[in-house]
Design a protein around this ligand. Structure first.
Ligand SMILES: *Cc1c(COP(=O)(O)O)cnc(C)c1O
Length: 403
């Protein structure tokens, strides 16, 4: 980001999230162009960053939304996503969520088990509606990513096996209250290898062909999300190679191609800014204690995820020595980086934690009664607040009346 982040940190306070909306626009357009010549829809995975202004920005560009709770569906609608571009996914939908999604008449519900299909059928019957559905197939492919974010193996809780999917399609096709219009898979997150995606596309493409043969006409082919991004020195999948793999697997089929990128769209649009409180050395080990913590940005603690950390506007020639960057929360796991090469720092110096736009704020909590940080958008060189910093009052509002 080519801006005076120090001034922004002063203006809005720290800890602070800043998102580059021009970068998001560029990502959306690049991916959309890679689908040129085909019917396609990009359903932004709202869970990556569900700030209303982020969703609204993508909606204006034409994006749809992939949601995993009725709350996210409401956010998408609030932010101006067209209802016929909204997908509701997730392994455990409650009856009231199913009902509301059907009432709101969104594009489709993505089903992850036979039991869920029966539930959706029942609710649709109660409403006298036909539910548009897709089924999440688990193609049993190792996505070669972190086991916590791998979802496409039978040992994972997600989706159903091919044979089960087929039985479900046959059932749904006969049901008065179900309309099986889509097929879906999502094999994992932070994918940097194309082969697992290509393989999954082929397996699921073949399933579409065999369904056509029995007159079940799938219209939406949804390849999920998972496109990896650069946190460190990863070599990621090119958009063109990605869409080519999808095109090849679906050759000859008249389908609308859907994908659900989350991280791809926003991870590197965002940075997390935190100020140095103190430095200390314990038995020769250097610690930099900052005002941000795991409750603001959980990924390092949760996944041992790497985020590049730098001191803002410090002379490049200053000698750097390794330090652990840690927060004030009472957990040993409360760190942003280990052995980070940093210059000597003093009180109020600013650090930037890069690549924090995805699964950053959305995983934030109020642990230790810490208020969630503010969020700021940058667009065309102009900054604007898109979420106020939480106050203590915001945190106790739902408890006070019972005191
Ligand atoms: C989490 C998720 C996504 C987005 O994953 P990214 O790795 O952020 O692209 C897409 N689809 C489904 C079903 C998901 O659960």
């Amino acid at each position: 980001m080519n801006i005076d982040t120090k001034a922004l940190a002063e203006k809005y306070g720290t800890p602070l999230y800043i998102y580059d909306f021009d970068y998001i626009e560029n990502r959306y357009n690049t991916l959309k162009e890679a689908f040129a010549g085909k019917k396609s829809m990009i359903n932004y995975a709202v869970k990556a960053n569900s700030n209303l202004s982020v969703i609204a920005h993508l909606a204006k560009l034409g994006a749809g939304a992939d949601c995993v709770s009725i709350g996210e569906v409401k956010r998408a609608l609030d932010a101006g996503v067209d209802r016929y571009k909204i997908i509701f996914s997730g392994v455990g939908k409650r009856d009231d969520e199913i009902r509301e999604a059907l009432e709101k008449d969104i594009l489709l519900l993505n089903l992850e088990s036979e039991a869920e299909m029966k539930r959706v059928e029942m609710v649709a019957k109660e409403l006298g509606k036909e539910a548009r559905i897709s089924i999440r197939v688990n193609p049993n492919i190792d996505p070669q990513t972190h086991p916590y974010i791998s979802t496409g193996l039978h040992e994972n809780k997600f989706g159903v096996e091919i044979d089960m999917a087929k039985r479900m399609y046959i059932y749904a096709n006969r049901s008065e209250f179900l309309n099986p219009v889509g097929i879906h898979f999502h094999i994992g997150s932070q994918l940097t290898k194309l082969d697992p995606i290509r393989e999954a596309c082929q397996i699921v493409g073949d399933l579409v062909r065999s369904l056509r043969a029995i007159k079940i006409d799938i219209k939406f082919f949804d390849v999920g999300g998972g496109l990896g991004v650069v946190y460190d020195d990863e070599i990621t999948i090119s958009e063109k190679a990605y869409t080519q793999a999808i095109f090849e697997a679906t050759k000859g089929l008249d389908l609308t191609l859907l994908c659900e990128p989350g991280r791809y769209m926003v991870a590197n649009a965002g940075a997390f800014f935190t100020k140095v409180l103190y430095e200390k050395v314990n038995d020769g080990k250097r610690f930099v204690i900052v005002d941000g913590a795991m409750n603001d940005l959980l990924r390092p603690s949760l996944y041992d995820a790497y985020h590049k950390i730098e001191a803002v506007m410090v002379d490049g020639n200053v000698e750097r020595t390794p330090a652990d960057v840690v927060g004030p929360v009472c957990e040993s796991g409360d760190f942003f980086g280990k052995n980070v090469p940093l210059p000597p720092l003093s009180h109020n110096d600013l650090l930037v934690v890069h690549s924090a736009g995805a699964y950053g704020f959305t995983m934030a909590s109020n642990y230790n009664t810490r208020a969630k940080p503010a969020e700021v958008a940058l667009q065309g060189g102009v900054d604007r607040l898109i979420r106020k910093r939480e106050s203590y009052e915001d945190q106790v509002r739902l408890e006070r009346e019972y005191l």
